[in-house]
Design a protein around this ligand. Sequence first.
Ligand SMILES: N[C@@H](CCC(=O)N[C@@H](CS)C(=O)NCC(=O)O)C(=O)O
Length: 215
Amino acid sequence: MFVLHGFFTQNTLKTLYVLEQLGVDYEFRFVDLTKGENRSEAFRAMTPVGKVPVLEHDGACLFESGAICRYVAGVAQSPLYPADRLDRARVDQWMTFFTCHPGRWLTDLYFEKIMKPAAGLGETNTDRCEESERFATAQLKAVERHLEDRNWLVNETLSIAEPWALAYLEQAPQVGFDLGAYPRLQAWYARIEALPAVAQVRAKVRPLVESVLGG
Ligand SMILES: N[C@@H](CCC(=O)N[C@@H](CS)C(=O)NCC(=O)O)C(=O)O
């Protein structure tokens, strides 16, 4: 049994979507960052960096969402994280790309437009938002090109890179970033969103979002 400690923003959502899609047995424990619950002694005993998500398994703790997803997929020996070295590297390549490029900028927009006002962290920085929108726009074009002649990122089959990417991309409608210019990406996004695992995670997380950000 895995225990995942996390909040409801994209770093935790990536792991929740991946764990749910892997079909492993896990329990989700909410750490309310707005109340500083990640600064408690009990939480700090699990991770030196004080950030979510954190995974507990077999008496050990792991931080960093990518390490968590790969570890759980490895324990589950799931084909969603292929054993073939090149295929696996391609899954890693897309996970890293979403994290460092479009995901980074969409997360910035989410922080500026949603988290800042909700958590009283100051004014939304409009210059920063414009810059983030510019970078995200350019980088999503690369994904659109890649999906020109395929349905999935790697090897024409679903992998953990897809639920991983969803956690970044689903911030787009919330921050008013229009995905309309990327029809293939939108069709791929719809295929990921239709996975039952996604609905299950959203149902789990919705009451937590509402309790912190309001209904
Ligand atoms: N690279 C880390 C990032 C983790 C991270 O930044 N978590 C944020 C929430 S999304 C956090 O815990 N922030 C609380 C803090 O820094 O005090 C990962 O992918 O797990």
